[in-house]
Design a protein around this ligand. Structure first.
Ligand code: IVH
Length: 745
């Protein structure tokens, strides 16, 4: 066959095959038997084999073309891909319709277009001059991933639009999904191959679309329904959504056969009920119905709020609920250290999936629902969201259950767990060390405003951690050119550059370094104020809660009274919080007292004065909550070790002498006056106080923090009492000194 004859035949074959693909995949009405299709396909492939220069990108043989990718590129959506507001009830639908009519100033019924809401993933298909040039996932709505290679393998996606009347650029939006039959067949294949099964069609579709190797995607039974358009140029399409969909169908794109145009709310309700009844019979999973104002001009007038249009709504089917038993409650550590309680359930079939885990969100939720191990609970699965425990059946609670407690230590790394007052989320404080947080901690450490390690992007950090080349930020500084050059997408040159960048990053500043540690709640500004207030990293690391948190003498007196009247005297001070009668007393105050007293009994024995504390370091912006996060972070041995490693790796910064002597004792900065006859020589006591950073003065004034009164104390004691300065006897002083001593260890 000569070249021009070949070109002519190829064009015929491509058109025929595209036509049969359309009949088969889009219309579900094949015209010819598979054998006939295969014959055409083979002929096409043979001719292309003889004339490789005649292969075009829209040839059916080019659906699986590309080589496996290392990663997906990012794609910008010039017209953002929006999401939808949900209506969970008929009332919410009424509200939606009312808002639409109000905004449009209409009295009569609105014309809506209705389509089932498919449970898959949103996709954007870009056609230029009729050819498919790009397919991208939704991502965050503005940036998605380029999955063109994979989408080309989907039989129902035309590589070239039919007809001729398409605009130069048209971006088609739709949902990629896996029909139920295909899903079952895929799982059957997975089972025979001993591979892992997919939980549901949605997960299978998502997993299939995100394969780096298009050959894998090609084997997955994916399908598409189009439900909108994005960028269209140079001229817009039709005046209604439904007309636009008809045009897409004409171009050979799959559009839902269920699409209907409806007049007013009642018709919408009818449609919703009808689809609901037929839901199980539909060949794909749906989780509701999408209603859209049909007229494009009205859509434009309505616009959108945040990330959802005002002209559309997703009416969801009611969530499905089942009963099961909670077998265990465990805590998962997220990549930012957040601890999420998870219920392990006796497996139960809910909404088409077997559920054996359900989120309990956080401790407040557990307390609110009072979920315990052994409880019988309702679990709910709504669409694609994580199953959740809805409520407990108290009448089925077995005897002897106990309330769930937050672990005090991270299940991943053993660091302390902190849960600031008033915050719902508890977090692991082993930021630099915890395996669950490793990647995020290192990414943050390297980021521009932190250590500013040029060329160390997120992807690279992930590779380094995945290949176990680094475990913490300090390991970065031990990387050499050869190791780095061996990584994906790294050459000798970029490896060299990165090593140089690491070298450069070693010289930093204290504020940057503090920020880079990624301590919860310590942003750049706070890092800078802490650095200025303390001057050196050692000073920051030696901060104790008693340096930062106040308990006023009057509060101390009341606190002492309340603690003394408690029956739970053997409670560890650190666990003591929630003291009825002293609202101000939070677990941060308890933690501060725990620096000095092991139990409530010890605190009571020390006396009221010993409970008072005046913070000697005031750092703007560092309230009690932040103070706790800061102090807890440095108290974690693992964090301190990583910091030591960083210093040994040569990370350094100019240190200023501290503006004040930060000291390490709760007594530092306190002014004492000694009076009366004491059992030890006064100088000896004075020396002890000075060594703990306290000051000792000869006369009593308003600035005096404590007067220590021995036997036969006279005018100084009287003056102290007159001014309301706390007075300690020798025993109280000894306890204070002992506490102070313990602190400086
Ligand atoms: S319209 C601006 N129509 O639901 C409106 N979305 O929850 C954009 N979805 O991201 C969406 N079926 O992935 C529309 N018939 C349908 C849909 C549909 C499924 C998905 C879509 C969207 C998500 C929002």
């Amino acid at each position: 066959m000569n070249k021009s004859a070949a070109a002519k035949r190829l064009a015929e074959l491509r058109e025929q095959i595209a036509h049969h693909d359309y009949r088969y995949y889009v219309l579900d009405e094949p015209e010819v038997p598979d054998s006939e299709y295969d014959r055409l396909y083979r002929e096409l492939r043979e001719i292309e084999h003889q004339h490789p220069d005649l292969i075009t990108s829209d040839s059916p043989t080019q659906r699986v073309g590309g080589a496996p990718l290392a990663a997906f590129d990012e794609v910008e959506h010039r017209v953002p891909m929006l999401s939808l507001d949900n209506a969970l009830t008929a009332e919410a639908m009424v509200e939606f319709d009312r808002r639409v009519r109000e905004r449009l100033g209409r009295d009569g019924p609105i014309v809506y277009a209705a389509e089932p809401k498919l449970d898959g993933l949103a996709i954007s298909l870009r056609y230029e001059n009729g050819l498919l040039v790009q397919a991208a996932t939704r991502g965050d709505g503005r940036h998605g991933e380029n999955v063109t290679q994979n989408v080309r393998t989907i039989g129902g996606v035309p590589l070239r639009l039919h007809g001729k009347d398409w605009p130069a650029v048209v971006e088609v939006r739709g949902e990629i999904f896996m029909p139920k039959k295909g899903f079952d067949a895929l799982n059957e294949r997975q089972r025979t191959a001993g591979e892992k099964l997919f939980a549901n069609p949605r997960n299978a579709a998502a997993g299939s679309l995100r394969q780096l190797d298009p050959a894998v995607t090609a084997k997955r039974p994916l399908a598409l329904f189009c439900y909108g358009v994005g960028e269209v140029a140079p001229q817009a399409m039709a005046q209604t959504h439904s007309a636009n969909m008809a045009i897409l169908a004409r171009w050979g794109l799959p559009v839902s056969p269920e699409l209907k145009v409806l007049q007013g709310l009642a018709a919408c309700d009818g449609y919703f009920d009808d689809i609901g009844r037929r839901r199980a019979q539909l060949p794909y999973d749906i989780d509701g119905v999408v209603f859209k104002v049909d007229a494009v001009a009205d859509q434009q007038a309505l616009g959108f709020v945040a990330r959802a249009p005002r002209w559309a709504i997703a009416r969801k089917f009611p969530a499905q609920e089942e009963l099961t038993v909670v077998e265990a409650i465990e805590f998962q550590v997220g990549r930012t250290g957040a601890l999420t309680p998870v219920a392990r359930l006796q497996p139960v079939f809910v909404g088409g999936v077997t559920v054996s885990n359900a989120t309990l969100h956080n401790m407040d939720e557990i307390a609110r629902k009072d979920v315990r191990v052994g409880d019988t609970v309702f679990v709910r699965r709504a669409g694609d969201v994580i199953p959740e425990v809805v409520r407990v059946l108290p009448e089925r609670r077995p005897a002897g259950t106990v309330a769930v407690r937050m672990p005090t230590h991270c299940p991943e790394c053993g660091s302390e767990v902190v849960r600031p007052e008033g915050e719902a989320v508890a977090r692991c404080s082993g930021g630099l060390f915890c395996p669950a947080q490793r990647k995020e901690a290192i990414k943050h450490f390297a980021s521009r405003r932190a250590m500013d390690i040029e060329g160390l992007g997120d992807k690279l950090v992930e590779q380094l951690v995945d290949h176990a080349l680094i475990r913490d930020p300090a390991d970065l500084f031990g990387l050499d050119v050869d190791t780095l050059a061996g990584l994906d997408r790294m050459g000798q040159k970029s490896a060299q550059n990165l090593v140089e960048a690491l070298d450069k990053a070693r010289e930093t500043s204290l504020p940057r370094f503090l920020y880079a540690l990624g301590i919860l709640g310590i942003g750049e500004t706070i890092a800078a104020t802490v650095a200025t207030a303390c001057g050196t990293l050692d000073a920051v690391m030696q901060l104790r809660l008693s340096n930062l948190v106040d308990i006023k003498p009057s509060q101390a007196a009341r606190l002492h009274e309340l603690l003394a009247s408690r029956e739970d005297q053997d409670t560890a001070m650190v666990e003591f919080a929630d003291l009825p009668g002293a609202k101000w007393f939070t677990h941060v105050h308890a933690a501060m007292l725990a620096e000095r007293f092991a139990t409530v009994a010890d605190a009571v024995a020390a006396g009221a004065e010993a409970l008072a504390n005046t913070a000697n370091i005031k750092i703007e912006g560092v309230g009690d909550v932040l103070a706790e996060k800061l102090v807890t972070f440095f108290r974690q041995v693992h964090n301190a070790e990583v910091i030591e490693k960083l210093r040994n790796a040569g990370v350094n910064w100019p240190e200023n002498l501290p503006a004040r002597d930060v000291g390490s004792s709760p007594l530092s900065g306190k002014t004492f006056v000694l009076t009366g006859t004491l059992s030890q020589p006064r100088d000896q006591i004075k020396e002890q106080l000075l060594s703990l950073g306290a000051k000792v003065s000869g006369s009593v004034s308003k600035k005096t923090d404590f007067v220590v009164a021995g036997a036969e104390a006279g005018s100084k004691l009287a003056k102290a009492e007159a001014l309301g300065v706390p007075v300690l006897d020798e025993a109280a002083l000894q306890r204070l000194l002992a506490g102070g001593d313990a602190m400086s260890l």
